[in-house]
Ligand binder design. Structure first.
Ligand SMILES: Cc1cc2nc3c(=O)[nH]c(=O)nc-3n(C[C@H](O)[C@H](O)[C@H](O)COP(=O)(O)OP(=O)(O)OC[C@H]3O[C@@H](n4cnc5c(N)ncnc54)[C@H](O)[C@@H]3O)c2cc1C
Length: 427
């Protein structure tokens, strides 16, 4: 298991007991999808945020604008069907007032049962809302050091700058790891031959939003041979580690002649005439609201640009394809999360405290004693206190009784009672 650099938290101030309400200032590094979502969430809790973004002053190898929440490759957030994991996750995000999902629904483009967006409008929508949020201060600077005394969310993504990556790896005492990831080409709609291609969604789920380029067996074989023998950009030895979830099409193809027919070129559910099913189908997904650009689904590639043009133009209907953006491949940096993060994506080494303080709460901010110093019967040693918290369903977690809106806090010297709203805490 891995977690890219977008998803973890340093919250390091060794607070042992806070009896008064505190408005915490949180620093967030990176205004990508994770960073803007975290900033928006904290602002809903009246917590001030300093949101650092290095673009456009310093670009990453894949981003093309200075916009927040720029989507570097696919414009799809996948299915909205809540019977599968990605759809369910969207429903869960809605319940926390997700900024990203609201922006996605405001800027969506047709994509069958998936949620896809116009990437430019999507970024602009998010940027405007972040800019207008009085709790969020945006600072356009690269962050290259981490102050472990500041509550910090690192949301710098898989293309975190080198200096920040070094700061993270030295703090976590971990060699930074990386794999390689690729981006799919985008084609001008007006250059697609719609006499050969047709609109249809797989199994006619949702609207007929995808452009389909059907191949018979002979065409597929010629295309396949061209794809596996086409020239790629030189790859250094240590770059051979590709990400299975977003693998270059030519790498997948080299695994066998049928592999891509069971992957991105799968023809099932896409025949116009059920009696005459294509041998393979390449799909294109709408990329902008004006319907002027379509990206080739699952066609991320590391082929040289002249070779991309040659191979793409072998696809039926794309013989005259105008490629607006070529596929590219980039290094992704990640950390081994099970080793260095806890279940709340909080750095284990710097986990002294990880929580927010509810303004309504006047009391009860106590640090749980280290497990090793806690008596096995759950009672408390003299001078120690236990943080208790309410869980939405009245669950009890590690500590004295917790009900929905009320917690009882025990110390060895007294019992005190305090009411505050349900909140989530790090383990
Ligand atoms: C080439 C490539 C292709 C990908 N294709 C897909 C895909 O098709 N589908 C998919 O779901 N995911 C894809 N991903 C993964 C994709 O990056 C994530 O899904 C998504 O962007 C993660 O969001 P994030 O907020 O974590 O990171 P990002 O969106 O990358 O945001 C991180 C932000 O942090 C900023 N930043 C970095 N370092 C610093 C610093 N030191 N100081 C200040 N700011 C900094 C960056 O400029 C950026 O804006 C791809 C990634 C790459 C690299």
């Amino acid at each position: 298991m891995k977690t890219d650099a977008s998803a973890f938290v340093f919250y390091c101030e060794p607070i042992s007991c806070i009896m008064e309400p505190v408005i915490v200032m949180v620093k967030i590094i990176g205004a990508g999808l994770a960073g803007v979502e975290a900033a928006n969430y904290l602002s809903q809790k009246q917590i001030h945020v300093k949101l650092y973004e290095m673009r456009p002053n310093r670009m990453t190898p894949a981003h093309q604008t200075g916009n927040m929440a720029e989507l570097v490759c696919s414009n799809s957030f996948r299915s909205v069907d809540e019977h599968n994991a990605v759809g369910l996750l969207k429903r869960e995000m809605e319940t926390i007032g997700s900024l990203v999902l609201k922006a996605a629904s405001r800027t969506s483009v047709p994509a069958g049962s998936s949620l896809a967006v116009d990437r430019t409008l999507f970024s602009q929508d998010i940027e405007a809302r972040i800019r207008d949020n009085p709790y969020i201060e945006v600072i356009r600077e690269e962050v290259d050091t981490i102050d472990v005394n500041e509550p910090t969310i690192i949301a710098a993504g898989p293309l975190a700058s080198d200096s920040l990556t070094q700061a993270i790896t030295s703090l976590l005492e971990q060699e930074h790891l990386h794999f390689f990831d690729a981006v799919a080409p985008i084609i001008a709609f007006e250059s697609i031959d719609m006499k050969t291609c047709y609109f249809k969604s797989r199994y006619d789920k949702g609207e007929a939003a995808y452009i389909n380029c059907p191949m018979d067996e002979t065409t597929y074989q010629a295309f396949y041979q061209a794809l596996i023998s086409a020239a790629t950009h030189p790859v250094k030895d240590f770059e051979n580690n590709v990400f299975e979830g977003c693998m270059p099409i030519e790498v997948m193809a080299k695994r066998g002649p049928e592999t891509i027919r069971y992957g991105p070129l799968k023809p099932v559910g896409l025949a116009l005439d059920p009696a005459n099913r294509p041998h393979a189908v390449i799909q294109l997904r709408q990329d902008d609201a004006r319907k002027s650009m379509y990206n080739i689904v699952g066609f991320q590639t590391h082929l040289t640009w002249p070779e991309q043009k040659r191979v793409i133009r072998m696809i039926p209907g794309l013989e005259q394809a105008e490629i607006l953006r070529y596929g590219v491949m980039h290094k992704n940096t990640y950390i081994e999360s099970p080793k260095v993060l806890n279940q709340s994506y909080q750095a284990k080494k710097y986990r002294t405290f990880f929580r927010r303080t509810d303004q309504r709460s006047r009391r009860v901010r106590r640090m749980r004693p280290p497990v090793s110093t806690r008596p096995s019967d759950g009672s408390l040693a003299r001078g120690q206190a236990v943080e208790t918290f309410s869980e939405r369903n009245g669950h009890r977690r590690d500590g004295p009784l917790c009900r929905d809106t009320e917690c009882v806090v025990q110390t060895d010297e007294r019992q005190s009672r305090s009411s505050f709203g349900a909140r989530r805490e790090a383990p």
